[in-house]
Ligand binder design. Sequence first.
Ligand code: HEM
Length: 96
Amino acid sequence: MPPSGGVTKLTAEEVAKHAVAEDCWVIVDGNVYDISNFPAVHPGGPQIAGMCGKDATELFQTRAGKDPHPESAQMKLETMLLGPVGLVLEGTTLES
Ligand code: HEM
């Protein structure tokens, strides 16, 4: 779920609080992504829910030993970007 207001700092500790498929944040290459509910529809399978709350850089880049993800996957990921690790979101309300 997106930050719901107040001050949220995008730290590894904060990301770790979002560790289930329905409330799933991951770090990829120094950026924090809110991929809540995406594991259920991930073309590569729902097992990526195991990365919720963690740094998924290696798995995203290697797809567990297969070829890298296609460009389209990176673009889809960017639609779920919260911001770089360390960013402070102040008074941000992404929900109406
Ligand atoms: C943190 C985010 C992600 C992680 C850790 C991740 C990880 C993986 C892994 C491990 C696989 C291989 C699955 C297997 O065949 O055993 C895979 C496949 C795939 N992923 Fe992701 N993925 C992520 C995000 C995305 C996104 C955003 C997209 C875009 C829609 C995407 C599209 C795909 C596709 C198309 C495949 C290939 C499916 C197939 O072989 O039929 N992934 N992913």
